[in-house]
Write a protein that binds this ligand. Structure first.
Ligand SMILES: Cc1cc2nc3c(=O)[nH]c(=O)nc-3n(C[C@H](O)[C@H](O)[C@H](O)COP(=O)(O)OP(=O)(O)OC[C@H]3O[C@@H](n4cnc5c(N)ncnc54)[C@H](O)[C@@H]3O)c2cc1C
Length: 393
């Protein structure tokens, strides 16, 4: 392949690897190597250094030709959180090792951030990492609510490497090999009956220093890249007009006239307008993203997404009446992804409860918007300058 024009490259890829004739994985690897995985990434890392907006053109052309995709929902944490962090803070060797199998879905990623005593106050985390003379870190601690840990090959992990300095300063960011014998993954059952997330116990886990992202003690700053991208990944996805949940509810409304009442009609219209406002806000967020890294504004998208998802799933259950309340399947399942579209209204209603918690709670996102977007006075933080080991826990 010769030039860096994404459209020409797409045609060359399709000619060299006709989707109907080649294996799915071979096609995905070739697509990555052609720079058509995420066109805005650098050449050699699945991209062409092209404007991010061109990705949609490439993706549409490939889909029209019947090309397989990389099942982005199954590997959302890798794509949405690990990849942008590795791109920004990884060494050339780390980027070369991790990005290709991450993008093709050959290696699933999870996020070992939250702990029993450190969720919203993430910087309070207590998992310890200690470096030995051979350049290997030993990690001990417990993480919780870890989505996809049961399918993950790698994890992004933050751990405390210096307890003598204030809590934000003594943290370091690592990539953890989930096949290490010291990693124990236990299912946690959710309100839906599924166990899509886990408790993860880390006992003497060994991480070579070469699997650190960013400088020792700079983990909080690295984690901000992950968290800002996480909010956009959850709340800023491109959806067509009347796509996603509002599309499903509108479809029921259109095809089931017997369910309609004037009062529900008014509320449906309001939800439709809210969904459209959120969709256009997401569009603006993506344009802002195209000009750089996501900023604190992404918190607004995630906040709006969670609120609308809960309102719409509640509305759907109400609209369907008895039928909507019919969810009674609490079989323990270990899903690879959250499948809203393939499940019933009762499931959606229950699963949407987690939307205002995962990726930062709505209360915390409001704090972020107040302080970092609107510039309002910050919450009092009495522990800011106190060494972590002196904080009461
Ligand atoms: C479905 C799901 C998937 C998840 N997946 C992952 C994952 O893959 N990896 C991972 O690391 N974590 C994951 N999480 C964890 C999630 O990020 C945390 O649950 C979240 O950050 C909240 O932390 P907490 O549960 O400790 O609640 P707490 O921090 O104890 O908060 C309890 C309540 O107090 C409120 N609160 C706390 N502090 C303040 C404040 N200063 N001002 C106002 N209100 C406040 C909170 O908003 C909340 O309502 C997941 C959670 C869910 C529900």
């Amino acid at each position: 392949m010769t030039d860096l024009d994404p459209t020409a490259r797409t045609r060359e890829l399709l000619a060299a690897f006709p989707p109907s004739e080649v294996d799915r994985l071979d096609f995905l690897r070739a697509r990555f190597d052609a720079g058509l995985a995420w066109v805005h990434f650098p050449v050699g890392l699945g991209g062409l250094g092209a404007p991010r907006a061109l990705q949609a053109v490439v993706t549409a052309e490939l889909a029209a030709a019947g090309a397989p995709d990389n099942d982005p929902r199954r590997i959302g944490i890798g794509l949405g959180m690990a990849a942008p962090t590795i791109l920004r803070y990884g060494t050339a060797e780390q980027q070369r090792r991790w990005l290709r199998p991450l993008w093709t879905g050959e290696e699933v990623w999870c996020q070992l951030f939250s702990e029993p005593g450190a969720g919203s106050d993430l910087a309070a985390l207590a998992t310890r990492a200690v470096l030995d003379a051979d350049g290997v870190w030993t990690v001990d601690g417990q993480k919780v609510w870890t989505s996809s840990a049961h399918t993950a090959r790698w994890a992004i992990l933050i751990a405390r490497t210096d307890p003598t300095v204030p809590k934000h300063q003594g943290i370091t960011y690592f990539v953890c090999d989930m096949t290490d014998p010291g990693v124990e993954v236990r299912p946690l059952r959710q309100i839906t009956g599924e166990a899509e997330f886990n408790e993860v116990f880390l006992t003497g886990v060994r991480i070579p220093d070469t699997d650190r992202l960013g400088a020792v003690g700079e983990g909080w700053r690295v984690a901000q890249t992950t968290l800002n991208n996480e909010r956009v990944a959850i709340g800023g996805q491109a959806v067509p007009r009347e796509g996603g949940l509002i599309g499903m509810v509108a479809e029921t409304w259109r095809t089931r006239p017997e369910l309609r009442t004037p009062e529900l009609h008014q509320r449906l219209l309001q939800h439709w307008v809210d969904a459209e406002v959120l969709r256009l806000t997401g569009e603006r967020l993506r344009q802002q993203l195209a000009a750089g890294q996501p900023g604190p504004e992404g918190a607004g998208g995630k906040l709006g997404f969670a609120r609308l998802a809960q309102q719409l799933t509640g509305f759907e259950v109400e609209l369907l009446g008895e039928e909507g309340l019919g969810y009674d399947d609490w079989t323990l399942r270990r899903p690879e992804l959250v499948d809203f579209n393939g499940r019933e209204a009762g499931y959606r209603y229950l699963r949407a409860k987690g939307n205002s918690i995962e990726g930062g709670t709505s209360e915390i996102l409001r704090n972020i918007i107040a302080e970092r977007v609107l510039g309002l006075p910050p919450e009092p933080r009495t522990d800011k300058d106190v060494p972590w080991k002196e904080l009461s826990r």
